[in-house]
Design a protein around this ligand. Structure first.
Ligand code: GRG
Length: 305
């Protein structure tokens, strides 16, 4: 039976959910003293029961191109989702975006409290690196170290956290970001983790430098398209559909590619990034096995939530 892209994504999401459920069980692991119940509950609120799981899907499918089984790539995929969930918890805090709704549910600081939300984010972030460094992730220690370093680069100062800082700085300044500055900020804030999700699959698959380069480019391009799609959804959709507040960018007079280019040109740019991403895959020797990544790229551009 052939599955539609949405069915494949949903199936992977269920597997990721199961794996995260195992990682976030109440049982303390060797080396831990205990897992405080309220903090663990807040982490579970953040990481379980929602989300498209697009980043882990990209890791699993990219690794799959090289014959790596989903079970073998799952821990690396979960580490990326843990980072993503931490970023959402911290982004929703009053000091940042101050949001009440995420994935159709109260944000972590609303369901618990601010201090718990900060600690839940910190613990999800830290746990991601514990998961990656654990020998259960891969028996090759050098590969585990590469995964740790790549994820740290994508998530930290010169990646997601740095991009968030640039975004906040711009919001608080009178001088709007230029087109190039928006591109750079978005590539760091949201693109870097999506790009890493693809790169992690390539690392697990021991891709050649040429294969890695093409897959990395694919990841960067869909990262760019993802952010435009997000800005378009913010401009055009509503909270009931999105599961989070809509219209935030306009309310804050925020420079996005949609505000700079207008809706039509932003849509065109998103489509051409996807075409370019598909082109990056075409130089690879995997034939129709990259179709699922092509579908993922199209899904990124056309998503409704
Ligand atoms: C707090 C260090 C720090 C960083 C925050 C990623 C981020 C930086 C903030 C999230 C704010 C936001 C809504 C950004 C737009 C892109 C984005 C990450 C959307 C949510 O990702 P999806 O659509 O969410 O993959 P699901 O819920 O499906 O996992």
């Amino acid at each position: 039976m052939t599955h539609s892209f949405e069915q494949k994504l949903n199936l992977a999401a269920t597997q990721v959910e199961d794996a995260l459920e195992g990682l976030l069980s109440p049982q303390a692991r060797p080396g831990e003293t205990r897992r405080p119940a309220r903090l663990l509950a807040a982490m579970r609120h953040a990481a379980l029961g929602g989300g498209k799981r697009l980043r882990p899907f990209l890791t699993l499918e990219t690794a799959g191109l090289f014959g790596v089984a989903p079970e073998a790539a799952m821990r690396a995929a979960c580490a990326i989702e843990l980072i993503h969930c931490y970023s959402l918890v911290h982004d929703d805090l009053p000091a940042m975006d101050d949001d009440d709704l995420r994935r159709g549910r109260p944000t972590v600081h609303k369901a618990y409290d601010e201090a718990t939300a900060i600690l839940a984010g910190d613990s999800l972030l830290t746990y991601a690196f514990d998961v990656l460094a654990d020998p259960a992730t891969h028996d090759d220690a050098a590969l585990r170290c590469q995964l740790v370093r790549h994820l740290a680069l994508a998530a930290g100062l010169g990646g997601m956290a740095g991009g968030q800082a640039l975004d906040l700085e711009a919001e608080r300044s009178d001088k709007p970001l230029t087109f190039d500055e928006v591109l750079e900020m978005q590539a760091m804030k949201t693109g870097a983790l999506l790009q890493h999700a693809v790169e992690a699959g390539a690392l697990l698959g021991k891709a050649s430098p040429a294969q890695f380069k093409r897959l990395s480019r694919f990841g960067a391009l869909i990262g760019g398209a993802f952010q435009i799609a997000d800005d378009l959804l913010d401009a055009k959709s509503d909270a009931a559909t999105l599961g989070k507040r809509a219209g935030k960018d306009a309310a804050r007079n925020k420079a996005t590619l949609v505000s700079i280019l207008g809706v039509d040109a932003a849509e065109q740019r998103c489509d051409s990034l996807i075409d370019e991403a598909v082109g990056a895959l075409q130089g690879l020797e995997f034939g129709s096995r990259t179709d699922v990544l092509i579908d993922a790229a199209r899904f990124v551009a056309g998503r409704t939530s």
